[in-house]
Ligand binder design. Structure first.
Ligand code: MN
Length: 147
């Protein structure tokens, strides 16, 4: 495993491929994924870098595993549970277990964040019609979410 990987640009690292966020679908837009650390040699977590272009968003989902996040580029917003939060560079966000969440980029520049997760984790769940109806009871949440 490599000891040092150099940054090659904003949100880019030497030899780290920029991958699709998820295998496919229309429940996300304008988002890429990079796997920076992938466990091993006593490390039980992954560190990923996600970047969302202006107007883009991650999927609305929940799961048992936790996200520990640091914004490192731009500004955006996130739904965590029933709250929509404004995020600036270097803000930190914890997404607790089984908590609905979705990230959206701000205007004008890419929104990038590091996200730490356990290597062993469950598959995300997406909201059904009943969950969406419940979430949309709050007008701010209804306005924010994309599915
Ligand atoms: Mn998630």
């Amino acid at each position: 495993m490599k000891t040092h990987i150099r940054r090659t640009g904003d949100g880019r690292w030497e030899g780290v491929p920029v991958s699709a966020y998820k295998p496919g679908g229309t429940h996300f837009a304008g988002i890429t994924r990079q796997l920076l650390f992938d466990g091993g040699e006593g490390l039980g977590c992954q560190l990923r870098y996600f970047e969302i272009e202006p107007g883009g968003h991650s999927s609305l989902e929940r799961h048992r595993h936790v996200h520990a996040i640091m914004v490192i580029r731009g500004e955006g917003r996130v739904l965590v549970g029933d709250r929509v939060l404004d995020l600036a560079t270097h803000d930190l966000v914890r997404v607790p277990p089984l908590t609905w969440h979705q990230f959206r980029a701000g205007e004008g520049e890419p929104f990038g964040f590091l996200c730490m997760v356990d290597c062993g984790r469950d598959t995300p769940e997406r909201p059904d019609a009943g969950v969406l109806a419940e979430l949309r009871r709050d007008p701010a949440v209804a306005d924010f979410i994309r599915v």
